[in-house]
Structures are given as structure tokens and as C-alpha cells.
Design a protein around this ligand. Structure first.
Ligand code: 3PG
Length: 225
């Protein structure tokens, strides 16, 4: 699997989760603020076109597909230019296909059984969703103790105020969230607000984990090579 994508998640610290109604300069605003990653969810009809658009026009942004729930979506997203795939749960056909094609995949796992399933697929990173509803940091700590070989990317209820607490926990590789680019903000064209909120998140990442020294740009070049 292409671990440079996972290194990039670590370096940037926050993966913006986007629900986009039309291809929009949202990824550009996020990148300008310091978050050059876009997880474009396949929850709207515009998802695939948005991935295609970002992949073609913004080579410095690491673009992936979110809410991938079946193999057809995974294959279409890859064809559109997605550099990584995210599934809310342990979608076994998606994970099997991604692993055998060396495509970085982040699958949801919130029970010991699901975590063991992910480990047996060889996944080094798992998504923990919906994090705050399931108990947040306390739940992640309790459930991850028996599994030192995996790290987590929690999403769901994470925002600027609790971001630092998440990032300081050793088991957490990065977080995902939509707070800096909500669907309504994108629809209203509030790209300056998106850039500002991305910048604030990026500052919290730097303050919380000054020891992470990977340069996102060099990692992206690797991911595209
Ligand atoms: C996801 O798909 O990962 C979540 O919808 C993101 O959760 P949030 O909207 O609470 O940030």
C-alpha cells in the first residue's frame, strides 16, 4: 500500500470531509489555509465530478473519496482520480480490492471484531466514526489498548475546540471533520471563511504536534509519482 498518503494525513493532521453540490474552489481555499487534503464524500451526485475536477486542477491537493460503501463506487472514485478511499465501516469488498490494488484505504472500525478484521486485512490505520457519539477519546483509548499495531483517524463531532486533545493522543494519526467547510458554507461561496477556519485548524495541528516534521508537499509528490 502507498504509505506516503498516510504520511501526508499525519503531516497535515486534519482531513477535511466535504459534501459538495457542485465542483467548487473549496479545495483551493482549504489548501491556502494549510489543509491540502480533500475527502470528497460520495453523498451527492456531484461527488465524482468534484473529485475529477480537484484531481485535474489542483495537483498539490491530495484528493480522496469518502462514504465509499460498495466496490462500484470505489472503482468509479479511483477512475475519477481519488488517491485514497474512505468507508464509514468495514466494507470488505472495498478493502479487499483496495489492498490488492495498493490503493490507500481507510475503513471504519469501532468494535474489537471490526478492528481485528482491519488488522487481518493488513490495514495500519482505521477510521473511528462517529467518534464523539461513541465516547470520543475515552472510547478510543479503551478499545485500542489491546491493539498496539493500529492507529486511528477519528471523525464525527471533532472541531477546533477539541482538536488539540485528539491530536495529542498517541494512538491518533490524524482526525477528519467537516467543521471548516460545511455544506452550507460551500453553497454560499464563503471561501474566505473556509480558508480562515482551515488556517486555524492548521495552527492547532502545529502547536499540538511540533514533533511531526514530514513536509506535506514532498509527500504529495511521492503520492503522485
Ligand atoms: C464523516 O463522514 O466522517 C463525518 O460526517 C464527519 O463528521 P462531522 O461532520 O461531525 O465533522
Amino acid at each position: 500500500m502507498d504509505n506516503s498518503v498516510f504520511d501526508h494525513f499525519r503531516a497535515v493532521g486534519v482531513i477535511p470531509v466535504l459534501e459538495i453540490d457542485s465542483a467548487a474552489p473549496v479545495a483551493e481555499a482549504l489548501s491556502a489555509g494549510g489543509l491540502p487534503i480533500a475527502e470528497v464524500t460520495l453523498r451527492t451526485d456531484a461527488g465524482l465530478d468534484s473529485i475529477r475536477n480537484i484531481a485535474r486542477s489542483l495537483p498539490d491537493v491530495l484528493v480522496g473519496a469518502g462514504t465509499v460503501i460498495n466496490l462500484k463506487q470505489a472503482q468509479e472514485a479511483r477512475e475519477a482520480g481519488a488517491q485514497f478511499l474512505v468507508s464509514p465501516g468495514m466494507a470488505e469488498d472495498v478493502v479487499t480490492w483496495a489492498v490488492s490494488n495498493q490503493i490507500p484505504v481507510l475503513a471504519g472500525a469501532v468494535t474489537p471484531t471490526e478492528i481485528m478484521c482491519g488488522i487481518n486485512f493488513g490495514l495500519p490505520l482505521l477510521k473511528f466514526f462517529p467518534s464523539e457519539t461513541l465516547g470520543g477519546l475515552k472510547a478510543i483509548k479503551a478499545i485500542s489498548d489491546p491493539f498496539p499495531q493500529v492507529r486511528f483517524i477519528p471523525t464525527g463531532g471533532i472541531h477546533l475546540e477539541n482538536l488539540a486533545d485528539y491530536l495529542r493522543m498517541e494512538k491518533i494519526h490524524a482526525v477528519g471533520g467537516s467543521w471548516m467547510a460545511k455544506r452550507v458554507m460551500i453553497a454560499e461561496g464563503r471561501f474566505d471563511d473556509i480558508k480562515r477556519l482551515a488556517g486555524e485548524a492548521s495552527e492547532v495541528v502545529k502547536r499540538s504536534r511540533p514533533y511531526v516534521s514530514v513536509q506535506p508537499q514532498s509527500v504529495i509528490l511521492l503520492a503522485n509519482s
